[in-house]
Every structure is written in structure tokens, then in C-alpha cells.
Design a binder for this molecule. Structure first.
Ligand code: GDP
Ligand code: MG
Length: 441
């Protein structure tokens, strides 16, 4: 999935910053080029890519770094802010009047997901206490009305349509008349037409005649940069107030869909993430960028990075990552990581780790750390460096010496082996973290 790939290449780009010992101009330029490449590969519009990267470079190089945060953190912040900016800064829900009826007109080409989206939105606002109704003004697609009815039935929302009527304006006017007293009426318009110009014409006529409160363009997230072309064409006919990007669950070429937003300056308000009616999410740019970068909580990461910078010596990190680590190294790593907060949570915030250290190992490590320490301290140096030599009698001796049980010693050895294996496979995949460590230092 391209979105994931974009996230991964952005990771890699940022990883460089965290990996190198010094952040200088050359490194920033490299970062900017990496980000450009990542965005271009994700099909983001070229002009936009240059605009974004120009701003990142300019800010990363020239802005004064506020006291108390490192240059690295500042760069992370700049990248995050600029990516968020280009998606629109704040989440923007529909601007619904509390009194009177709100008309929302959905436009978009056939197959973009309009009918499904109409029902999803009806459901979304119905759940939030709005009295919602649907109108089908698609007079071209056979069975359009039946499709909408079928979806609406599941959610108990009334539908108006008239298959005998060929004038969409009349249908909508009749429907609005019928649904007097409703809070929100969503209009599912036609997508197919003999020719695209005709479709755009029809949307223009409809918009002028019914004056909807908002026109929302539904764009198929899988079409890539075509989204921009489509958005512009529709926007010429009727000023697009907002965008719904559908099908972001599948093989979405999200970058292209994002470009379309910037191209016409309308915000993405929702995204569709599946075929079911509950597969709808309000679009929150900052959350989206966070997801792209693979950072659950960026602010939290920045804070933890700062704390960890002091506490985890580089030498240890290297040993940890090299995979040639001994039992005692493993223990030391867990211990120093524990100091900066709940282990599992911290590791999940570090890109790269998100790709799959065994969760149970982390949880166990957190719980058993003290006992593991005792066990490891009861081992001979040879045992620590070469745990392969453990046999039943050694295990018994260590258990007795540390005041633990043989089962616990076995468990520690098992976790150790699991981690070794995991690290080996991670290094094979050449993930950024393990290439040299996207790691606080
Ligand atoms: P319309 O021609 O614009 O009205 O599009 P439809 O609503 O008929 O949808 C076309 C196809 O896309 C249908 O098979 C829908 O189930 C599917 N679809 C719509 N939205 C989504 C979505 O968010 N995710 C996925 N996976 N499929 C969707
Ligand atoms: Mg339809």
C-alpha cells in the first residue's frame, strides 16, 4: 500500500537525521531530497513537492532553535508541521446550521463512491442526532435509486427519488419539499454522463437551482494524481467546499488524492476506509501526518527522545543493535530503556520498532526486570556471553543462586533467544532502526 510506503520512506529520511552525529547544512539538504523523493513516489504533485520541501529546508536551516530542544527535534517538528500544513491545518467538520435544513450535495464521477458515501454521511450525522434524509438525483445510472434505497434501509434513513423523472433539478426540489423539517439532506448526484462536459454542466445547473449549503466532491483515493485534474474540472463548475476521499483502505495512492486538495484549496473533511457504512472517518490532518510518519504521538516522542538522549549511551545502543549482544547487554538495555518510561510504549514511539518486536518480550521485560537482573547476576561470565552452554544443571544452579525458579531462568533464556532471532530478521529487512539506529542518543 502506497501510503504505508510513503510512511516508510519518510521514516527513512528522518532516520538519517537521528543517525548522524552532527546535523549540518549538508544533512538537511539530504533530508529535503529524501522527502522530495518520498512524496514524488507517492504521486504527490510536483509543484507541491517543491513548495513543501523548499519550506522545510528554509525553516530547518534558518529558524532559531528554541532553547531546550535539539536541532534534531526541531527538524522533526518542522517536517511534521509542513506536511500538516499542506493537508490543511485543522480538522473541519461540516458546517451545519443548528436551525433549518442543511443541503449537502455530493458530486463526483461514476464509481468514485458517491452513493456509498451519501449513506455513510447520513449514518454519521444520524448518530450525532441530526434528522437526516437522502435524495437520489442520479437519472443516468440504472438502479441508482434502488442502490441508495438498499443502503439507506440498513440505517433507517428515508430516501427520495423518482425514476420516471428525468430532470434532476425537479427531483431535488421535490425531495427537499418532501423532507421539510429535516436537519440534513444529502443529495447523491449522477456520475455517469454521455460525456464529462455534460456531467459538469449538469452539476452547475443543479448547484445554481438548489443552492446547496455545501458541495462535497467525492474522490476515489486510488486514482492518484488524476484526482487533481478531476477536482479542478468540478471546481470550475461549482465551487467545491470540501472533499471526501474514498477507498483509502485499499491500494490507495493517497499522495495523489492529497495533491488534489492543495490544488483547489478545499479541505478534505472525511475519508472512506471500507465498503461498510461505518467505514468513515473525519479527516484530521495532524493525526494523518503522524500516522504517515509512523509516530503515534509526535509530541510524546519528542519528549521521550529528549529524556532518552541523556540516558542511553550510544555504545550500548550499538551493542543492542548489533545482535551480538550477551544476556547482560540485554538486561542493561532493558534497564536503561525502562528509565525513560513504560518500555513498550516508548519502543512503539520509535520508528522501526513499530515494525514488530515481540510484544510479549517487552511486557515480560518490564514486569520481570528485577528478577532477570538477579538471574543474570548469578551466572558466570561465560554463561552470560555464551548462553548456549546452559544445561539443566546450570539452570538449576542459577535458579538457586538467584532465589528464582528454574522455570524463570528458562523463560529468560527463551526471551533472549526470541529477541536474537527477531533482531536478525529485522536486520535482514534493513529497517531504518537497525541499520544503525533510529535511536535516541
Ligand atoms: P458512485 O458510482 O460514485 O455512486 O460509487 P458507489 O458508491 O456505487 O461505489 C463504487 C464502489 O466503490 C462500490 O463497490 C463501493 O462499495 C466501493 N466503495 C465506496 N467507498 C469505498 C471505500 O471507502 N472503501 C472501499 N474499499 N470501497 C468503497
Ligand atoms: Mg452512485
Amino acid at each position: 500500500m502506497v501510503l504505508e510506503k510513503l510512511g516508510e520512506s519518510l521514516h527513512n529520511a528522518l532516520a538519517k537525521i537521528f543517525k548522524s552525529s552532527m546535523v549540518d547544512k549538508k544533512l538537511v539538504k539530504e533530508l529535503v531530497i529524501d522527502i522530495q523523493r518520498a512524496l514524488l513516489q507517492a504521486d504527490v504533485n510536483v509543484k507541491l513537492v517543491f513548495e513543501i520541501s523548499r519550506r522545510i529546508e528554509e525553516r530547518a536551516l534558518n529558524e532559531k532553535v528554541p532553547p531546550g530542544i535539539s536541532r534534531r527535534e526541531h527538524i522533526l517538528k518542522v517536517v511534521y508541521e509542513e506536511l500538516t500544513r499542506f493537508l490543511g491545518e485543522k480538522p473541519k467538520p461540516l458546517n451545519l446550521k443548528p436551525k433549518g435544513v442543511n443541503l449537502l450535495m455530493l458530486v463526483g464521477i461514476q464509481g468514485s463512491g458517491k452513493t456509498t458515501t451519501a449513506a455513510k454521511l447520513a449514518r454519521y450525522y444520524q448518530k450525532r442526532g441530526f434528522k437526516t434524509a437522502l435524495i437520489c438525483s442520479d437519472t443516468y445510472r440504472p438502479g441508482a435509486l434502488a442502490q441508495l434505497r438498499q443502503l439507506a434501509e440498513k440505517i433507517n434513513v428515508p430516501v427520495y427519488g423518482d425514476e420516471a423523472e428525468k430532470d434532476p433539478v425537479k427531483i431535488v426540489k421535490d425531495g427537499v419539499e418532501k423532507f421539510k423539517g429535516y436537519d440534513l439532506i444529502i443529495i447523491d448526484t449522477s456520475g455517469r454522463h454521455k460525456e464529462e462536459k455534460g456531467l459538469i454542466e449538469e452539476m452547475k445547473k443543479l448547484e445554481e437551482a438548489i443552492k446547496p449549503d455545501e458541495v462535497m466532491l467525492v474522490i476515489d483515493g486510488t486514482i492518484g494524481q488524476q484526482a487533481a485534474v478531476q477536482a479542478e474540472a468540478f471546481n470550475k463548475a461549482t465551487p467545491i467546499g470540501s472533499i471526501f476521499v474514498s477507498k483509502l483502505d485499499g491500494s490507495a495512492r493517497g499522495g495523489g488524492a492529497l495533491s488534489s486538495v492543495a490544488a483547489i484549496g478545499a479541505p478534505i473533511k472525511f475519508i472512506g476506509t471500507g465498503e461498510k457504512l461505518d467505514d468513515i472517518e473525519p479527516f484530521v490532518p495532524s493525526r494523518f501526518v503522524g500516522r504517515l510518519l509512523g509516530l503515534g504521538d509526535l509530541k510524546g516522542l519528542v519528549e521521550k527522545v529528549r529524556e532518552a538522549e541523556v540516558k542511553v549511551p550510544e555504545k550500548d545502543v550499538k551493542a543492542f543493535l548489533s545482535g551480538k549482544f550477551t544476556l547482560y547487554d540485554m538486561y542493561k538495555q532493558f534497564e536503561s530503556l525502562r528509565k525513560v518510561g513504560p518500555l513498550g510504549k516508548l519502543l512503539k514511539m520509535i520508528p522501526g520498532f513499530a515494525y514488530g518486536l515481540p510484544e510479549e518480550t517487552l511486557e515480560l521485560a518490564e514486569k520481570r526486570l528485577d528478577r532477570w537482573k538477579a538471574i543474570i547476576e548469578s551466572m558466570t561470565v561465560e554463561e552470560r556471553v555464551n548462553p548456549k552452554i546452559f544445561n539443566a544443571s546450570r539452570i538449576r544452579r542459577v535458579a538457586r543462586g538467584s532465589g528464582t525458579s528454574e522455570a524463570e531462568v528458562r523463560e529468560l533464556l527463551k526471551q533472549y533467544n526470541l529477541m536474537r532471532k527477531m533482531m536478525k530478521s529485522l536486520r535482514r529487512k534493513r529497517l531504518p532502526f537497525f541499520k544503525g539506529g533510529f535511536m535516541p542518543r
